[in-house]
Design a protein around this ligand. Structure first.
Ligand code: HCA
Ligand code: CU
Length: 411
């Protein structure tokens, strides 16, 4: 199976063979129909260093819609500029649903109504730590005012997601009761956030199952990345029956953010065989766009879209990569709009050295390549330089390795 076939038709051997989930066929699972809500314009704007202009918001929304996300979330409560952005997004006629985010307060619902939206998201904390230290209300009051807010929104003809903020730290019995009462009051979806990123994947599954038992409404999950588990927790959630995953471009958001659009959509595709028509090749561009709008750099080590995601260095890797990139790549870089690079230096080895000389216009013998490799190693200069590979250079590399191995066989 080549790299493209993996993407189109099947799973990499390891994932399909070892995943219990794929073998178990859990009937509760909605993995195949999972949808994606992008919150770059809401959660993402809560990142340190991000403050989008109206023009930037609209461009991001256009691109997300074209990429193929199901919903795009924005909060009109923040400012007049956000309200105008929301209205422009509505006028643009996207395929993605526009979700207006706010608190479970009639004043926030009124703002959404003034923007003429069909779908809103409202949130209210449910953990004791939030109720006591942030909102200063009892559990009963919290439920009462949440029900009132839901009923108010329903009376005004809105469809709504109710997010039980800090669900992962709430009392489970109270949480279950809260979700079922909110559903009875008319909530159309329930959002389960891991607000402080405290969950393990197994725990997240149990949390989603508890929510599933408490409501018939579809379930969203929103996993924060404080321990680096946002992706794992999001995937675990859909295995347990969640319907929609919240993401942002590059995982931006409050503190260290939430699950990333690139990682979630690619994992769904590669590890779960979810067949969605996302334009994965836009992922690197989306990532660069956010970096430039926030005056920051994409970390080189970012999975899939970072500069190092397809950069190969060790001689053994270079030798294999120039014969067939599948040896050390999960998917071809072009799939996500990234590109392949090679680092030359003391670890290059003879194949790397041969490739370097060839690239510089020489036609090295196996011995010359060997010499250069030895010299690079002895110089102890570390990485000498990095080269981005074009298609022609890769084709050349393949021809060259064929020549080298033919010559080696003759000797
Ligand atoms: C917030 C909290 C929230 C809400 C999530 C949601 C969280 O910053 O408003 O509405 O889906 O992480 O709990 O982002
Ligand atoms: Cu959040």
């Amino acid at each position: 199976m080549n790299q493209v076939e993996i993407l189109n038709d099947g799973y990499p051997v390891g994932a399909s063979f070892y995943s219990n989930f794929l073998n178990s066929g859990d009937p509760e699972t909605r993995v195949g129909n999972v949808s994606i809500l992008d919150s770059t314009l809401r959660e993402g704007e809560q990142s340190v260093g991000i403050s989008f202009s109206k023009r930037q918001r609209l461009q991001i929304a256009w691109m997300l819609d074209y990429f193929g996300v199901d919903s795009i979330e924005i909060s009109p409560v923040i400012s007049e500029s956000h309200r105008e952005s929301l209205k422009e997004m509505k006028r643009a006629g996207f395929s993605a649903e526009i979700i207006s985010h706010g608190r479970a307060l009639t004043s926030d619902i009124d703002v959404a109504l003034s923007c003429d939206v069909g779908w809103i998201a409202m949130y209210h904390s449910v953990s004791d730590i939030h109720l006591r230290n942030k909102l200063h209300v009892s559990r009963e009051e919290a439920l009462e005012r949440s029900i009132e807010a839901v009923e108010y929104a329903k009376r005004h003809g809105l469809r709504l997601r109710f997010t039980v903020e800090d669900a992962s730290r709430a009392n489970p019995e109270y949480l279950s009761h809260f979700i079922s009462e909110i559903t009875k009051a008319g909530a159309d979806r329930i959002g389960i956030p891991d607000t402080v990123g405290i969950m393990l994947p197994e725990g997240m599954k149990n949390l989603v199952k508890l929510a599933r038992r408490s409501t018939v409404a579809p379930i969203d999950v929103h996993c924060h990345n404080d321990l680096g588990l946002a992706l794992a927790n999001s995937l675990a959630s859909i295995e347990a029956g969640a319907d929609q995953i919240h993401v942002t471009i590059d995982g931006c958001g409050e503190r260290v953010g939430i699950a990333s659009l690139a990682e979630v959509t690619m994992a769904l595709r590669l590890l779960y065989g979810v067949k969605r028509q996302f334009r994965y090749e836009m992922l690197s561009e989306l990532s660069s766009l956010i970096a430039s709008y926030s005056n920051s750099q994409i970390p080189n080590s970012r999975p899939l879209v970072g500069k190092n995601a397809y950069t190969h260095k060790a001689g053994t890797h270079l030798a294999a990569i120039i014969q067939n990139p599948e040896t050390y790549e999960l998917i071809p870089p072009k799939t996500v709009g990234n590109s392949r690079r090679i680092v030359f230096g003391e670890l290059s080895g003879k194949n790397g050295a041969a490739f370097l000389l060839k690239t510089l216009g020489l036609d090295p013998s196996a011995e010359q390549s060997q010499k250069l490799a030895r010299r690079l190693k002895n110089l102890r200069v570390g990485d000498l330089f990095e080269l981005g590979l074009t298609d022609e250079m890769e084709a050349e590399a393949v021809r060259m390795t064929e020549n080298i191995s033919a010559a080696a066989q003759k000797n």
